[in-house]
Write a protein that binds this ligand. Sequence first.
Ligand code: NDP
Length: 310
Amino acid sequence: MPVNVLFAASPDRWTTYETPLKRAFSEAALDVNLATDIVPEQVDYIVYAPNSDLQDFTPYTRTKAVLNLWAGVEGIVDNPTLTQPLARMVDNGLTRGMVEWVTGHTLRHHLNTDLHVLNQDGVWRKEVPPLACDRPVTILGLGTLGQACGESLANLGFPVTGWSRSQKDAPGITCLSGETGLQKALSTAQILILLLPHTPDTENVLNAETLAQMPKGAIIINPGRGPLIDDEALLKALDTEQIGHATLDVFRTEPLPASHPYWAHPRVTVTPHIASETRPASASRVIAENIRRGEAGKPFLHLVNRDLGY
Ligand code: NDP
């Protein structure tokens, strides 16, 4: 009997994922019936993206796991009808994409490339940036993405401090945790990178008080989630030059409305939630591996802790 896998995401995602998923199932020697419409009582696994119409998981009585296509789970983790195990996406392609995006934007600010790229006006501005070893970087969130970005930046010579809920021990990164750890991590952050999930505990982690704890003129790079930042407090901190620049990839409302002050602010860079995408080929192999494990009675990979919300 084939395993019934329901693909519950927007139609454009089906176009992108149908072939790579089928290939990954075949490579894993799984006999799978993959479809966008299966009688709920017969569904064994759900491949899910939060933009799906599926919001009521109650009829999926034999479903062994819901496999989220994205790393972030804030769109599903609170769903009271979801009693099945929930796994999130940890995909090497997604991780490498985030490392490239974060490293690129960190180097843009570190080297002050805008000064030259945007000013080809005949003025010889001989301003030499410090070396990376003199530019402390802090990463809030030391999970899959935060640690990979931290490792890459440490390899370039940046002194990297990271902060997480539980104490970590990551090579090349000064790891901090807890309330005092946050203060310490912010106090040295010439460049601050947000790679926390959005949960009730992380909402507005950057607010008037914490922004004031950073060195004057610090740079903020947020590829995490919009609600990590109190937007009004950030706009004020930019106007007083407490914060030198904010590069923001994620927002409370997406797409960011054209009237939002971030678009027009001279020291804000908006990117349209493109820091990193789940990559269909590698992500499909992750999905296939979890189904293989489920069928073999082994524990699922990347399970979400519903109490913590990530
Ligand atoms: P992980 O779950 O692997 O890591 C999350 C990290 O945040 C962990 O280190 C965790 O601590 C820490 N954390 C969570 N809550 C708290 C808290 N209250 N206080 C301190 N630290 C906390 O997630 P990923 O690294 O895979 O992804 C991080 C986020 O990146 C995603 O949730 C998503 O929002 C965002 N993202 C954005 C993308 C984009 O294109 N812009 C693409 C992909 C992801 P601990 O280690 O102790 O558990």
